[in-house]
Write a protein that binds this ligand. Structure first.
Ligand SMILES: [Zn+2]
Length: 278
């Protein structure tokens, strides 16, 4: 029976053997573990050759592993005029080399509010993102850009923020990090009712088709009143995984679930097992 979700890790599995290592080795290990998706963790910078990208793409096709990219952390759609070109280049490099590596989706952290209101920031962020998407289209790059829901209240990236960006621009869809949304709500967003409401919001704002191409980040998480502190193994956290999976399946959601727990593949396999039982 095929599962409604492809499942994998953000970054190489911890158990990836030293040889051949790298992303090619990570793809082989994902397959060996019984997983079928990998998010390349290009989180510090995009430093990869076209040749390496071609090798990643080839291996992913052989192993049947879907590829996405986590773009560098240092991207801010609300950067000042001087900083924005550097942010933009990081996002565009992730999209360019990601596409060469066979990635279909590019996840990025959308930025900071810098004490402005969400609407003021979105008025800056959306045209900038549209300009990026237009350049990708004109160069024949079909990747989906995915602003991620963020775990801290000072960060651009409530579910609504990411949905407004997605609503305004074709080929932009959210990366829904349910752990971040839970931490951002200082322990809320951890029940069936709340998740049902979030799924309704996604469906109302983007159409029900968006539920069939979800890209989800999951992990356990530690938080304070200001939100995210650090990621935790799922079983060491208060995250209600079983109910979330049940809601996703009842609402006929599908797509990819990428695990960001410190024990990566162990929790990715736990997520897979939870889906199989649901
Ligand atoms: Zn992230």
């Amino acid at each position: 029976m095929s599962l409604p979700f492809r499942i994998g890790t953000v970054g190489s599995p911890i158990s990836t053997p030293k040889k051949p290592g790298g992303s090619v080795g990570a793809i082989q290990q994902i397959h060996a573990l019984g997983l079928d998706a990998l998010e390349l963790g290009w989180v510090q910078s995009v430093r990869v050759t076209e040749e390496t990208c071609a090798a990643i793409k080839r291996e992913a096709e052989i192993q049947g592993v879907m590829i996405s990219v986590h773009a560098p952390y240092f991207i801010n759609l609300n950067a000042n005029e001087e900083e924005w070109p550097k942010s933009r280049k990081r996002l565009m490099d992730a999209a360019h080399y990601g596409y060469l590596a066979g990635a279909t989706d590019i996840v990025f952290h959308p930025g900071s509010y810098f004490d402005k209101s969400a609407d003021e920031v979105l008025a800056i962020a959306i045209p900038r993102l549209l300009d990026c998407v237009n350049e990708l289209r004109s160069s024949g790059n079909p990747v989906t850009l995915r602003p991620e829901t963020m775990g801290k209240s000072a960060m651009l990236g409530t579910l609504e923020d990411t949905l407004k960006m997605s609503q305004s621009i074709e080929n932009v869809l959210p990366c829904v990090d349910f752990a971040h949304l839970h931490a951002r709500a200082a322990g809320g967003n951890n029940s069936r009712e709340e998740w049902m409401k979030q799924i309704d919001t996604i469906s109302n704002m983007l159409g029900s088709e968006a539920l069939q191409k979800m890209h989800i980040h999951l992990s356990g998480i530690e938080y304070s009143s200001k939100g995210e502190k650090n990621h935790l193994p799922l079983k060491e956290s208060d995250f209600n995984l079983v109910d979330l999976i049940d809601v996703l399946i009842k609402r006929k959601c599908s797509g990819r679930i990428m695990c960001e727990s410190p024990i990566m593949e162990e929790d990715a396999l736990y997520i897979k097992e939870t889906i199989e039982k649901a």
